[in-house]
Ligand binder design. Sequence first.
Ligand SMILES: *Cc1c(COP(=O)(O)O)cnc(C)c1O
Length: 428
Amino acid sequence: MSLTAAAEVLAFDREHLWHPYTSMTEPAPVRLVTGAEGARLRLADGREVVDGMASWWSAIHGYRHPALDRAVTEQAGRFSHVMFGGLTHEPAVELGRRLVEVTPAGLEKVFLADSGSVAVEVALKMALQYQRGVGRPGRTRMLTVLGGYHGDTFDCMSVTDPVGGMHAMWRGLLPQQVFGERPPSYGAPADEVARWEAGFRALAAEHAGELAGLVVEPLLQGAGGMHPYPERCLRVFREVADEHGLVLVFDEIATGFGRTGHLFVSEVVTPDILCVGKALTGGYLTLAAVVTTAAVAHGISGSEAGVVMHGPTFMGNALACAVASASIDLLLAGDWRADVRRIGDRLADGLAPLREAPGVADVRTLGAVGVVQLDHPVDVAAATEAALAAGVWLRPFRDLVYAMPPYVTSDEDLGRLVAGIAAAVAAG
Ligand SMILES: *Cc1c(COP(=O)(O)O)cnc(C)c1O
């Protein structure tokens, strides 16, 4: 693309297109992508940079993977989409078959949603309808923990961290949910975990009569602060849900498909409802799924509606389902565990020296995720520019510079990624 053509595209973008969490009147700079292959993005100025973000956790197999490209084009040659009301098709059924198979036993009823936020909406609605169906219509609130992120629609915001979800601004508009303390850090001493546990159990007991469900991101809170926490807390969530009759929802939209080292964290502790998204289609198309138990499905059928009251226009989109099945097959056929371990080891080794760097508060890794927390808010523009100068695409936020690269990222590119993170930390 010529420089003038690129400038024209960027000028229109700046004038007319909103980007995530940005101002239309004072837009932050954006970079123009003209191609992407493997773990790299090509920018309009000719630079090729290592993608440390995997397009927000989604592009686990990298870009332009031949098997995924083929899945899309083959399905496009049949049909791209038909309504899911009253019709069905093999791509949806094949994806459903795989989701039932790869998620833990007992999770067997699948709702195909068109984005992560919609999946969480559906999960919350299912929890509420379930309680109505089993004769507990007074249970209308959700229990969660501080520091979470569950999407940007209103009900999703209501269970997202009150600061992250800007609850003060939305007072009176958001459902009022019940928030427990954020779980302690991964590797926290047992007495700290026990203190958190006692507090959380007491809070649940206090509110039990009004609670429909318990919704959390298991093991790793993502956009709410890149915060890994002990597995012990997962068992507490399960026990609390069982003790008080709450529907346990695990939002694995970020953690699903291997990112933490588990195919799903739900293998460690199984929830009643599992939400997946982001990496579901290998980053190709927007799609999410809500997978639940026969017991929840039967409970919902007992509610006055008798059905799940949700049905998006693009439910079960055939292109998205076809590429999702291809992505799952690719993941299972390869050695994703070894790749996630390899990436995790490289990030842990490479980032460890940054612990001593000025302005760094903490360095942590889990699975194929590496996080550097600063002791001040990141200068996003400066950090992004420094990473790009080192040949790396990063998108820091708040006080965090972090990476969760595609699983196909080579050792050489991981070396570059670590250098890019270090440059961003030094500049930010
Ligand atoms: C990204 C994310 C969502 C929202 O998904 P969208 O597809 O962006 O709507 C919900 N929950 C978690 C844990 C996420 O990481």
